[in-house]
Structure formats: structure tokens, C-alpha cells
Design a protein around this ligand. Sequence first.
Ligand code: ZN
Length: 325
Amino acid sequence: MSTQECTVSGYSDSEYNLPLQVGGVFIIMVISIVTCLFAVVVKTTSGFKVPSIVFFVVQHFGTGIITSTAFVHLLPEAFLTLTNPCAGKFLSETFPGFPGVIIMISGLIMFGVEAWIKYCIYHSSAAELQQSDSQPSMDSLSASSNTQRTLPFSNSKDPKQDINIESSEIVTVMVLELGVVVHSVFVGLSLGTAQGPTFWSLLIAVAFHQGFEGLALGVRLANLRIKTFYQVLACLPFGFTAPLGQAIGIAARKSFSENSPTVLVTIGIINCISTGLLIYGIYVDILVHDFMNQYEEPLSKPKAICATISILLGLVCMSVLAAWA
Ligand SMILES: [Zn+2]
């Protein structure tokens, strides 16, 4: 590919509908925030009486959404951008497997970071507990000795164990949010630089894209045992990143070149990192937690079937959307 094709400049204002684009920013922002907050608000507001099965279905549907985001949205995009001829001969011809290296390292680093965070939270909280329980009563002593023999499928009664599970869940959801949010920026960016009929089809696709991911993330945040304020706060980065990407696309529309080597390498590497995070989060944390949690009873047959169908539904919906965004 010639150097000129790799540095082709953006659009002129005559081809670009600015008011429509600005309207699109607000549409995507509202959809992202509302869908992400939906589960949190429904779960914490006593006025809403949503059957628990609805949460169950949305939770597993969300697992399918995030899994497909990793494998069908981010992974191919990571390889396509880094092996684009404009990204350079080394990446496109000499070493086309380079994206795999970053994805692999990203997952491994996440494993290390998660283990380290869990270690720190566990030990700081355990120290606090030890301080507050420095003079335990006979009752608590006997309770404590009982927890040493807690059966694997019984609910944990050990505060240290609870803290460890909680911190692990928080870290998992944060990792998922990071992966999803990074992808949202680039989805927003492609919408912000779209023009003509492409804009409308992309706007609809991105609206569903953000809606599905918002639901998936929101239900995970709503399940965390943290204050509602922090759940709402955690929704905000997701709500604003796609619009941020759109705003960057709008601002840089005249100079933006999706084929420039710098853009390709930057987006490609960030996509690789997000892919590694999401694959790690789904396979190591989410699926194991939902189906093989050693501290909870295994799902009953009907529930397992319902969860599997919900996951497949999420996979299909998000995979179909990959054709557009
Ligand atoms: Zn996508």
C-alpha cells in the first residue's frame, strides 16, 4: 500500500453532518448510562419488584455479550489493525502473530495484578478484623473453630473468606469494565468519523452495542456487595467513554486517518490489551464463579439450562452486531 493511502486525510465539512453527529453523542450517552444503571436502580429501589429470574437471565445474557465482545469484536479487530499493510512490514509480514503475544501477556499481567490486589485487600482487611476481635468471646471462638470445618458448598461464615470473595468479585468486574470501556472508545470513534448512510446504520448498531454491554456490566455491578453510590459511580466511565470516542472523532474528523501507522498501531495494541483482559475475566473469573463456585451449591439442572440458553443468546446477539460495530 502506498504511503499516500496510509496517510489519507479525513472528511471535508460538506460530507459531514455535524448537528447529527452531536445529537448522536447524546443518544449514545443516554443509552449507555440508562442501560448500565438499570440493574443497579432496579435492585436497590424498593418500588421495583423484578423477579429474580429476570436478573438471572440478564446476568448470563451479559456473560454471552462480554464473551462475544472479546472474541468477535476485539480479537479480529486487534489482528486486522496490526496486520494492516499500513501498520508496517514488520507487523504485517514478518511477525503477524505479534497481536497474540500482547493478548497473551495482557491476560498474564491481569492474573498477576488480580492476585496481588486480592492479597493486599485480604491482608489489610484481615488485620482490621484481628484488631477489632482482639478479645473474642467464647461464642465467637467456637464459631471461629467451626468455620475451619466449613463444607465447600456451604455459604462462607468466615469474615476473612467473605472479604476475599468480595474483593475478588470487585476486581473481576473492574477488569471487565476496563476491557469493555476501551472498546467503547473505539466504537464511539468510528461513529464520530462516520458520514452519510453509514452513520445511520452505525448509530443503530452502536446503540444496541452500548445497550447490551450496559446491561451486562450493570447487572454485574448491581450484584457487587458495595454501596449503591459506588455502583452508580462505577457505571459512569462506561456511560461516557463511547460519547468521548465520538467527541474525539468529531473533533479530529478533518485530520483523522484510520490508516495512519500511528493510529493503527495504537488502536491495535489497545485492542490486544482489552482482548487479553476480557478473555481472562470471562474464562478465569466469570464462568468459574457462576458455574463452579466452590462456596455455593452448583446450579440446578433447569437453572443451568436457562443460564446456558441466556449465554448463547448473548453470544448470538453480540456476534451479529459485530458485522456493523
Ligand atoms: Zn464492538
